[in-house]
Design a protein around this ligand. Sequence first.
Ligand code: ADP
Ligand code: ZN
Length: 723
Amino acid sequence: MIDQARRILKETFGYEDFRLQQEQAITQVLNRKDALVIMPTGGGKSLCYQIPALIFDGLTIVISPLISLMKDQVEQLREYGIDAVYLNSSLRPEVYNFNVRKVQSGKVKMLYVAPETLMMEKTREMLKALNVECFTIDEAHCISEWGHDFRPEYRQIARLRNDFPNAVCLALTATATPRVQDDIKTMLKFDDSEEFISSFDRENLFLKVVDKKDPLNQLLDFLFTRKKQSGIIYCFSRRQVDELAEALEDEGYSVKPYHAGLSDGMRAGNQRAFIKDDVSIVVATIAFGMGINKPNVRFVVHYDMPQNIESYYQQIGRAGRDGLRSDCLLLYGSSDTQKIQYFINKKKDQEKTVAENHLKQLIKYLESLECRRKPLMNYFGETYPKEECGMCDNCLSVDDDVEDLTIQSQQFLSTIVKSGQKFGATHLADVLRGSKAKKVLENEHEKLSTYGIGLEFSKDQWMQISKMLLRQGYISKGEYGELKIENSAKAVLDGSENVFGIMDRSKTSLEGEAVVRTSSEIENEYDEALFDLLRLKRKELADEQDIPPYTIFPDTTLVEMAYFFPQSKENLELLYGVGSVKKEKYGDTFIGVIKNYAAEHGKEEKKKSIAVQARKKTGGEKFEIVGEAFNNGQSIALLAEEHGVKDMTILKHLKDFLDAGNDLRLDGLLEASNLSLRQRDQVMKSFKKKSPLMLRPVYDDLNKTIGYDELRVMQLYYMTQDR
Ligand code: ADP
Ligand code: ZN
């Protein structure tokens, strides 16, 4: 039967493979054994009941507390060509009755229902006459008083199970505390049941915490490079929400507020506008988010501190459900801590102790200097298996993009000096790149000795250098944006100090800091202009039908289209999220857009090969390919050449390879090191003294005299030898 499930996964939903716990949970349900599924938001809980529902002959009832979500889920299913209906108090009587008749006719496989509707006598009478095969309880933590969202109606669901002794029961939640889990199982009388718990790590979320200094400007910097993206900004108070929403609107952002002080109509309208991509940003209190399963939320910002780790994790969990890289930024200010403390002080006894403990844990997370995933996963009772995730600010600060930028910094600084400290970064970049812009010639800057010496860098890259020097305090900005030299810059100019920094070659994130690219080639290299066109087309189709754009295709699918340029339905179907129904319904339209674009820009279709798919799934990951080639005798330099990447990237792959339990060829590592024997010895001692796991402490320990590339090589050497 699992084969049939797999076929449906591919045929209907367009996905290549099950996620780990999905397959097990589905097997369990198909064997008619109860199951408790615990996965983080975006983990893929829905398929755990949707696929069995399609296989069972009879009806699957899905109990869900969120009315808005029901509509959304049913709309999504219809796009896959699956007929499902819902019953709740928001429906007009004639629609309600129509839906009831549809269920009675046996034509629908899934019925979504609100708990209070389910408790109604007439609903139960109706259901008794039907063949109910599966009872799914979504947001099952609502059953537990220990959950953060207890609902008394949920308690009665347990009783209802008796009416359908033959139906298998599936409970789903994203709440992981053992107490809640136990409660769910007891209440639902699960005995022959099993639990399926997947890791709470959400790999695609980039986690970042910064000191809150000038919040509005920090936020504007962050948003600047995210102009078209969807995101949520959480604030502490309603007033703050209103003010911030207004400020962002003044800056030209498409934004709406959301909090409990707004009328119901206004809230619903703003939420709908967000879901339909009519507005990009929602500024909200914690009231916002339940019932949003928009998959392409690209960022979540905490403008104020969240209350505790659990709510923080739930809130950032709303980002990146589609699996694409998404950013989570938290502005951390000490006055926020005091605010939370103030509310805690009003509490008493046990409640106060619990809240204080929560705050402590949160602060521990915020101030952590190690990989942020460690304290976070720890909180959920998991041990994070890696030393570095490469997707948080702490990992990034010792990450592979740190380079020696001394020469470029000297060139930039000396251009500032030679032009009299009167010009901004754009002009300086023009000079360095030998531009013939009017302003350059007017000031006779083509006569400067640094004129045209910086052609190897793009204008954008020079802007990055400028930002980096600002950040590191070597220069400052005057009233009109003119750049001035600070005292510390002298040491750089006379060559006594080196500058290390992170350079990004395209996108900036907060304060212009580099954005780590994901490991996915597709995500890094897709055609953004085509992606935008596809998005427009999707929006147009969605508006025609009054459905959210993501129900047509998620962003992930559009990204793949903009990478592979498929020009036949056959090739389109190979892409993520394209099942047979959507292929027929939308295939021609999207292929039309792609064909036009490809013709106009001379782009070739790339066939998504089975190899690419296989690599995406599991084994054959880049680091394995690189690691094995290295151990077979290839040098790091050659591998870098072959893969078209920097040495550091290869070293990073080797580190992953090592972390995965493999050994590395020691002579190959030494070959890659340019250090003297004495330096090697110093580095090894320092690794021993500090820790071999992190580069930063060793870098500091050696007074920043040895660059990260070299340290990484020695780290690999140390770790391999140490086994
Ligand atoms: P949850 O209910 O756990 O928050 P969803 O069921 O909404 O998560 O799934 C999150 C996203 O992941 C959806 O866009 C879904 O289509 C996608 N997804 C689920 N399972 C898979 C899979 N096996 N392969 C690829 N994408 C999947
Ligand atoms: Zn990390």
